[in-house]
Design a protein around this ligand. Sequence first.
Ligand SMILES: [Zn+2]
Length: 96
Amino acid sequence: MKLSAPARRGGLIASKGLSPTTAPGYKNPNGQTVIRDTGAASTTRDRQTIYQLRCGRCSFDYGCNGMDIKARLCPNCQSGAPGEPLREPAPMLNFG
Ligand SMILES: [Zn+2]
């Protein structure tokens, strides 16, 4: 799996311009943890990036734009909004 994110050297990016809620390892009050910045554009909010989140309860991985991380609920076990696509355009979901 190769991401086309621009190589950024220097590692620590916690200082400026980035909200702590988008930092990998951040866990919101609902138990949703930020895994990584996917670099993909959000499908629901302009100028937002999709982050990969993982549920602490059921380990479900899904995409979430940066603005919604802090209040995100798991789409799988907390009745949250459907996750944003993580790697490719979402196939038709099976709402069953
Ligand atoms: Zn869950």
